[in-house]
Design a protein around this ligand. Structure first.
Ligand code: MN
Length: 290
């Protein structure tokens, strides 16, 4: 198989706060566009940041989403979630929450109460995966992927392991149900090991260096907290951990559909966007207490 070459490595930009609980660097859209990262339409990365203790949990109050899925990965700290379908729970360290907003949902995202009282180091990823047009009006859904339930693939020679959140790695299928082909892997790589990842050439593929640093294709080094995108020129790339590393790997088939996005709504046309705002204002997304 031919090599998938790096297209560019980007440093985290100036962070901004989402509500008062998430201090994020925006990689999509930001250092890349929604169109070039299709089907990934947003990537907010809360790099390690220490929150002081707070009796009142920090976070984001009730807000809507429509037309896509939100994927929250907790690396450090805990997030409590509740939504208008009645789903909710705590995303602990190592857990993943895969929420399908689809036809419309209201939710809130806060630091978990007890964690908030103590404060501490917080590190989190929120990725938005776009939905194909035919699923944008579907019923909302919720997959709580506790770490114990996530597929884990041990690497040879005690080289670490790959958590298959969605899609596939080395023939092992992931835990999350998706609406289009999406691979999302959390690779925990031991220093000095080299691991190969393969995806179809035409897929949109990138890595986010959560911990440590790694060399890609025996060439460029991707430092911690950097985002690296690949070209659509081949299938396979290698990641050599220069120290113990954690790498979030994303690869998905582009939907190749028009994108009409505004704030928390991502639809295909401007008319659908206006309708989404209208439906939200009319209370059609349900009800959720503050
Ligand atoms: Mn949200």
């Amino acid at each position: 198989m031919s090599t998938k070459t790096l297209s560019r490595i980007t440093k985290p930009g100036t962070p901004h706060f989402v509500g008062d609980g998430f201090r994020v660097h925006n990689f999509i859209p930001g250092t890349s566009t929604m169109q070039e990262m299709d089907p990934f339409i947003m990537l907010d990365y809360n790099s390690k940041y220490t929150f002081a203790p707070s009796q009142i949990p920090r976070g984001v109050g009730v807000h809507p989403h429509k037309g896509f899925e939100t994927v929250t990965i907790a690396y450090k700290g805990k997030v409590e979630h509740g939504d208008s379908t009645g789903s909710g729970g705590v995303i602990h360290e190592g857990d993943v929450q895969w929420m399908t907003a689809a036809g419309g949902i209201l939710h809130k995202e806060f630091h978990e109460k007890e964690w908030s009282k103590k404060g501490g180091e917080f590190q989190m990823v929120q990725l938005w995966v776009n939905l194909p047009a035919k699923y944008k009006q579907s019923e909302p859904g919720y997959q709580n992927l506790a770490n114990a339930e996530i597929t884990k693939v041990a690497l040879p020679n005690d080289g670490g392991e790959v958590e298959v959140i969605a899609g596939e790695f080395d023939g092992h299928k992931g835990s999350a149900k998706t609406f289009s082909p999406v691979n999302l892997l959390n690779a925990k790589l031991k220093k000095g090991t080299k691991t190969a990842f393969s995806f179809p050439a035409e897929y949109t593929t990138a890595i986010l260096m959560i911990e440590g640093s790694a060399r890609v294709n025996d060439g460029d080094t991707v430092p911690a907290d950097n985002f690296a995108m690949f070209k659509r020129d081949g299938e396979t790339f290698t990641v050599e951990a220069l120290e113990d590393a954690v790498v979030l790997v994303l690869s998905g088939e582009p939907l190749r559909e028009p994108i009409a996005a505004h704030g928390p709504f991502v639809m295909n046309t401007r008319e659908e966007l206006i309708e989404a705002f209208d439906d939200f204002n009319k209370g059609k997304f349900g009800y959720l207490e503050d």
